[in-house]
Design a protein around this ligand. Structure first.
Ligand code: G3P
Ligand code: CA
Length: 320
């Protein structure tokens, strides 16, 4: 069994507070997360902010504050707004619109869809918060930084890999291989980080599905083969598959069916950090969130998980 499996707080303690807000990150730290995730996109002035989507409308009040700035596809792109403008927005729990155009929370039992309290942080601000908590608590949580849509940002004139490494360098983190992971869905960006920018930081290849529309034309079906994993091992340290690539269904008795992805990845020396563990989305074949944890840590022997509930995952690992 992986004796030092890690708790990665997915977008912070996002099961309890709006994702990627500083309070959600502070809560994740207090809950004992080993690493706290940052999804990074850039503003119009090239500043890295911590935001999951390249759009703003699902987690902020941008549509009310800047109604004229919508693009023809109905979205408000972060890259169209300066940092000063984004600072004027208020962040909230993730929402969506029903067929009758009613706004509702994606996870109704999480933090209420109240608006007005939260903001969108920059990467630099989030580093300040986590480093501050590391200092004041004496317990170190690391950074787990995802470069979102690097090809999209390149089309807008920004090399986000260089920009993020420069900030990490300024903050004394560019060589902190025990404290910082970099992750990306785009294999070309990870190769660039390793082979041209020569970062020593551990790199995690995220694996999605070909029909998800991630930028970069990455072929995830090829990545999941033994040859694909061997290729990943030449530039990355591990993979981040989603749960559905590991639990691929249930048998006639309702028991989970597993793929051999983890086994193959381990055969190539790759770490495995699956996403995303959510109390509300326990897959068929498991009778509880705890049972899901047990299977992933004791049977599948993963090296860590991305969890919206870092307290639950911490308690599970501490109780082993
Ligand atoms: O980065 C791991 C996981 O967070 C990938 O999915 O869409 O939540 O960024 P997403
Ligand atoms: Ca992510």
């Amino acid at each position: 069994m992986a004796d030092s499996a890690i708790v990665i707080a997915h977008r912070g303690a996002s099961g309890y507070l709006p994702e990627h807000t500083l309070p959600a990150k502070a809560m994740a730290h207090a809950m004992g997360a080993d690493f706290i995730e940052q999804d990074i996109v850039l503003t119009r002035d090239g500043i890295p902010i911590v935001l999951h989507d390249i759009y703003l409308q699902s987690t902020t009040d941008v549509a009310q504050k800047f109604p004229d700035r919508v693009r023809s596809d109905g979205r408000f792109y972060a890259i169209d707004f300066t940092l000063a403008e984004i600072r004027s927005l208020r962040a909230h729990e993730r929402s969506e619109f029903s067929d009758s155009n009613e706004e509702r929370a994606v996870f109704p039992n999480r933090y209420p869809l109240a608006k007005g309290l939260f903001t969108v942080p920059t990467l630099d601000e989030e580093i300040t918060l986590i480093e501050g908590l590391n200092h004041s608590t004496g317990r170190t949580a690391g950074f787990y930084i995802e470069l979102k849509a690097p090809q999209f940002h390149r089309q807008h004139g920004f090399d986000m890999a260089k920009i993020i490494l420069a900030i990490l360098d300024e903050r004394g983190l560019a060589g902190q291989t025990e404290r910082v992971y970099l992750q990306c869905f785009d294999d070309k960006t990870l190769r660039y980080l390793r082979e041209e920018l020569r970062t020593p930081l551990p790199l995690i290849q995220l694996i999605g599905e070909n029909d998800w529309g991630e930028d970069g034309n990455t072929d995830y079906d090829v990545m999941k083969t033994s040859e694909g994993l061997a290729s990943i091992a030449t530039y990355a340290d591990g993979i981040g598959p989603w749960i559905g690539q590991i639990i691929v269904g249930t048998d006639d008795n309702g028991q989970p069916i597993f793929s051999d992805l983890i086994e193959k990845a381990k055969a190539h020396g790759l770490l495995v950090h699956p996403y995303t563990f959510r109390r509300e989305q326990v897959p068929a074949g498991f009778d509880s969130f705890e049972a899901l944890h047990r299977t992933f840590f004791e049977i599948l022997d993963v090296d860590g998980i991305f969890t919206d509930f870092p307290d639950v995952t911490r308690a599970y690992l501490d109780g082993r």
